[in-house]
Design a protein around this ligand. Sequence first.
Ligand code: WT7
Length: 662
Amino acid sequence: MSVAKGDRGDPAEKERLEALLQESRRFPPPAAMRAAANAGDPKVYDAAARDLEGFWAEQAEALDWFKPWDKVLDWQSPWAKWFVGGQTNICHNCVDRHAASARRNKAAIIWEGEPGDQRILTYGQLQREVARFANGLKRLGVAKGDRVAIYLGMVPELAIAMLACARIGAPHSIVFGGFSADALADRINDAQAKVLVTADGAWRRGGVVPLKANADAALRACPTISKVVVVERVGAAAQAEMQAGRDITWEETVAGVSADCPCEKMDAEDMLFILYTSGTTGKPKGIVHTTGGYMTGVSTTHRLIFDIKDTDVYWCTADIGWVTGHSYIVYGPLANGATSLMYEGSPDHPDRGRFWSICEKYGVNILYTAPTSIRTFMRWGTDWPKRYDLSSLRLLGSVGEPINPEAWMWYHEHIGAGRCPIVDTWWQTETGMILITPLPALTTTKPGSATRPFPGIEAQVLDERGDPVGPGAGGYLVLTRPWPAMMRTIYGDSERYVRQYWSRYPGKYFTGDGAKVDEDGDFWLLGRVDDVMNVSGHRISTYEVESALVDHPGVAEAAVIGRTHDVKGQAIAAFVTLKEATKGSDALKGELREHVAHKIGPIARPDDIYFAAELPKTRSAKIMRRLLRDIAEGRALGDTTTLADPSVVQRLKEQYEEKEDA
Ligand code: WT7
């Protein structure tokens, strides 16, 4: 494992990082925001550091509990229990308690469909829809503790289904609608899900993603699924077939059911959901989140970081299939009684002004999006946002990967008109909630820095030996104290949980990210230090893509790397050695790319395929990805002395340089 992207010995990369740390622009919080801010007193940091449990208990008290907890935290590292003995229900807190308040007729979810259709669900309406679907699930035989897989596009039924699961205590496992049938089957089987909720299809840039057809293919290998609920979204366009006895439409599921469905009393530590994410091996990890701590963590961070006010329209552009959507489209905002906007489509459909037209149409006040999108908007030019009235915006957020200072500045100037603070929020599927971030009324921001740990969070940057590194030096980012929304385990593999996150530095949570801290104590995230790529904010392991490639009959061996890409952050480059009988051709490259898309999903489709006679390996037969990255990024080769046969990589480099010259 090498220390961070930045320290892999490449001078250009080093230079970029040094420039980053010399970033001298400072953006103090707007004074006007401070006066009315949800977090307006800097003492919150000290207070939380001094009395961690007191801080979180106070946050949890703002939520409804059926039974108060006996103990705030039981920490037997690495096993955490928060709000031990407490009973609550996150659906009650996100829906019912607002429906029973003055917020009853406030919009909970504003949904903008890709073809331009719209649906607004007030808290009162959401309560009814969720309760009915919860009863529908019960009628299908779903009971507390049963896992429900959800494979949908960004339709309101997705939020309704997850809240309905939470209501009856059935952990959900949402699978991003862009994943393939194989990926879906793996996740269903790992979670042993009983019911699948899907749709006939999903709209994607005017075309249809055949969700039901994918699900049907997946279910041939999923013996635990007994019922499939199908949302009718695209109609005839999908040509979905219903299987008698197994499949039932959403309408049929809720037909004739009562809207009275009491929220199950859940223990604080009962499982709320499983969400799969890529690790360093081929098998995705089922990240387990529980009820009380997660609810407290996401509502608190959402309230303080996004400074949410009752009159705000808040828009997080992520897909609910990822953790960002779980925590910051559904659970966090709704727990706070906010209006959360949900958009089904893509940023360039029907045109490149779509995001800004949505901001104008609904008067969006808070926008939370990803650097890869911002870089795409930069490419499209300032004319698009200029056409729309963005004056309602007051706060901007970024998440998913390090934001480069250029993109930060562009976002600040062209979307935020120089007046909106930017919160660059660092976190992970595993952390459940944002952990490193500015607080908009308190933190002076610097373009490219996620600034400092949230109150109650303690982060360190360590060297190989586990010693903290000084200001400006690169190292491994770890977290040293527990936080309420932290993952509790990997579903079905507690041993992997300990090994993966808590063994490298015993007693400390290993994030897998590289970081630096500057003289002011601000954190600069440097990207993954493991074999996990970040492609347009999507987390994909090199190993997963390699497994998909060697699954192709013509492939003998494959090595995959993420190479730097201007818009996506990283692009996927695959070095492939073919079996003797197979000849490399452009057609085969296309076939291999499609094969990976078919095995995992279009997000994992390699950008570049290189055929290689041999792959560069160390004497212990470990593929040296660092050198492959040098080739893919067109750089001089780094140190090759540990290779078993240095001529292999030399030949490979020449082969691809010739190509480029030609
Ligand atoms: C990885 C986690 C957290 C929701 C989206 C991704 C990278 C995330 C930032 C940021 C630098 C970031 C890290 C992290 N990452 N946010 N603001 N600055 N890097 O969740 O799929 O679990 O990926 O995303 O590398 O480890 P995820």
